[in-house]
Design a binder for this molecule. Sequence first.
Ligand SMILES: *Cc1c(COP(=O)(O)O)cnc(C)c1O
Length: 324
Amino acid sequence: MGDDVFGEDPTVNALEMEAARRLGKEAALFVASGTMGNLVALLTHCEAGDEVLVGDQAHIFQREVGAAARVAGLMISTLPNESDGGFDPERVRRMVRGSDLHEPRTRLLTLENTHNYLGGAVLSVARTRALTAVAREMGLRIHLDGARIFNAALAVDASAAELAASCDSVGFCLSKGLAAPVGSLLCGEAPFIERARKHRKMLGGGMRQAGVLAAAGLVALREMVSRLAADHANARRLAWGLAELGLPVDVERIQTNIVVVPVPGGDGRAFQRALAERGVLATVISGGRARFVTHYGIEGQDVDEALSRVEAVLPERLVKDVAE
Ligand SMILES: *Cc1c(COP(=O)(O)O)cnc(C)c1O
């Protein structure tokens, strides 16, 4: 191994090159997490005091500890997310501010694909292009939070590079469906990544002998992308099963590896605890919804087993309704 802070770790360099190639960008930066990748992107695209346009259900807005405000000094304005994770392009246009002395500079639009809290919904290439075209016309830069971009690519039969083509930067996680223990990549043009490297260092993300982590990342990129289809099939199987148990899940809308359902009975924590006691892990997200994710190591029969355990914790009433 070498020291990645000096750019001398061969495995990190190989991972960064391969990630950049797969995303159709000039360069890439290995970071500790998706959150760090998004924050480094914000710091690199913007100056303190700038405004960033973000979906109101976006991970950057909901789940990154307000780092955009606290660390990057940015003002976030939200756009109402539509069901595919996008927004109305005309609304983007209207929100971009002019050069009035009193106003912050609107600098960046962020997209998210697949969309985590909208149940793994996918932004198509056409939708991405429509949104980035307006943003570009209005002089904005565009960052794509592509934590699960390979799931999105599979779902719409496009390449990750096609989905990211009209964006200035794209981040993706090795540690989710791609099953690596740690790490994310931020990809973009070479000068952008050079500046991003400095911001990563500032945040304490220069990881020295990081080749051991990058090696797992290379396996993730080379061997795990092709098995995502199994996760998608299992998510649909889970969704069908939950629908059969009487939960209001729209199976047609399950595009990737995430299934979000309203919590039966309404008490999210109780539902989560009861499931966890039976070995089924779900997260509870805002709006009284539970999120299930299928992943490496979960097979079809595991999904069926999970369904029978979900059934065991459903409120009596629900089970009775279905039986009748
Ligand atoms: C998981 C996730 C992140 C953050 O990744 P971490 O590695 O958990 O910091 C960012 N965006 C989206 C859409 C995610 O799903």
